[in-house]
Write a protein that binds this ligand. Structure first.
Ligand SMILES: [Zn+2]
Length: 419
């Protein structure tokens, strides 16, 4: 296995969006295709991507590069999973079954399920156990072509436990950096903690005064669960403004359960992304598109909860940018499946495969503020590549829910090779 980050990918068909910011509207479907292509990665960055006929591979500067024959397979930019709750204690399979039998959210909470059970389990879990568990998920993601993953805190809901979660995320960022990139998001406002039950505004003040300043070096982004009867618009605005002032990039869980105006707030504040958006208003779609806020849609969650899918086409037709992510979490969506995300986006959200690829690469990168260095196969960007076992990218939704990635390359290193 190459460890130098110097790699030549030969005999491939390059399929990629282009640019250093989110592709919006009509542009989402525009992919560049280069047949009989070569990608050269030096010290982790792409230095050449183009036709094999236009490059001399015998030049001495390439002598030490590892050579990888893609056997004609498609090279896509590595996938970016820009919304996950990767770190959590315990599991909730019983609750999943209760839900399938029709039990209500409230009844599940009364039986000891819901987010509070994950909070309790996460609070009592040893950090090493959380790390081991997360690494298992990360290895599965890498096999599916993921080269960057965002991970949120939010199952601690008190200072020590949120700190523990962020430290775990950062330890993964450090220990796994040779295999994939981990992006850290502080989500202390995921739910109102037991200690502040019925007093969401006081909990927000506590986060602003105590947690936000202390966690700045551990998190790139600050996120909030903006929802009716959880953190409503005023509290959300207050927290996100304070976070932005401290230098956090901001994101929102918005309009998932009811139409509250989270999308409009994301536009007003210039958030990187607003996520979920199952019940976004027409006005919210328009404002997000105008403000350049990425709409991160999470079809696996809608699927697992039997909810209607988010209106991807409305965002695209309004000239907005759509990203797709898995929302891996132990409650509403226990799946990190990129293949199933692709299938659901194409089958149920009426996204074309080209738009879906852009949503999982360039627009995913934009949703975490990294489109300048990731999300497309272009000179200067990181050498993060998902190589398919087929020369036809249309296989991705067609082979429903199955992994079509043969090889994953991160910063020019081969990190997964599927049989
Ligand atoms: Zn989420």
């Amino acid at each position: 296995m190459n460890t130098q980050g110097d790699l030549i990918i030969l005999n491939t068909r390059v399929v990629t969006p282009t640019g250093t910011q989110a592709a919006c509207g009509d542009k989402m479907k525009h992919l560049t295709v280069i047949d009989n292509a070569v990608i050269i990665i030096t010290a982790g960055r792409i230095v050449y991507v183009g036709s094999a006929e236009d490059i001399d591979l015998q030049q001495t500067s390439l002598n030490s590069h590892t050579r990888l024959d893609a056997h004609g397979g498609v090279s896509l930019p590595g996938f970016i999973d820009s919304h996950t709750h990767l770190i959590f204690g315990g599991f909730r399979p019983d609750e999943f079954e209760w839900r399938l039998k029709g039990e209500s959210y409230m009844s599940i909470m009364e039986r000891g399920g819901g987010i509070q059970s994950t909070v309790n389990a996460t609070r009592s879990e040893h950090p090493e156990t959380l790390i081991t568990k997360s690494k298992w998920f990360l290895d599965r993601m890498i096999e599916m072509g993921v080269t960057t993953v965002e991970a949120k805190s939010g199952y601690g809901l008190d200072f020590d436990s949120e700190l523990k979660m962020l430290q775990v995320i950062n330890q993964l960022r450090y220990s796994e950096h040779r295999k994939l990139d981990v992006v850290s998001t502080f989500l202390g406002a995921h739910a109102v903690s037991e200690e502040f039950k019925g007093r969401p505004s006081e909990y927000i003040d506590h986060i602003i005064e105590v947690m936000l300043p202390a966690f700045k070096d551990l998190a790139d982004n600050c996120d909030i669960f903006c929802e009716k009867n959880v953190f409503e618009i005023e509290d959300s605005r207050k927290l996100l403004l304070a976070a932005r002032k401290l230098g956090y990039k901001i994101k929102l869980h918005a309009d998932e359960i009811v139409t509250l105006g989270g999308a409009e707030l994301a536009a007003e504040l210039g958030a990187l992304s607003a996520d979920h958006l199952l019940h976004v208003s027409t006005e919210g779609i328009k404002q997000m598109a105008e403000a350049g806020v990425v709409a991160t849609l999470l079809p696996l969650t809608a699927f697992a909860l039997r909810e209607p899918y988010a209106p991807a086409r409305s965002f695209i037709e309004a000239g907005g940018a759509v990203a797709l992510a898995t929302d891996l979490n132990p409650g509403s969506c226990f799946s990190g499946s990129i293949p199933l995300t692709i299938a659901l986006a194409c089958i149920y959200m009426n996204m074309s495969i080209e738009e879906t690829i852009t949503a999982l690469t360039l627009n995913g990168a934009a949703a975490i503020g990294q489109a300048d260095s990731k999300g497309s196969l272009e000179i200067g960007k990181y050498g993060d590549v998902a190589i398919l076992a087929s020369d036809n990218y249309h296989i991705l939704p067609y082979y429903v829910g199955m992994n079509c990635v043969r090889t994953t390359v991160h910063h020019g290193r081969i990190v997964a090779q599927n049989p």
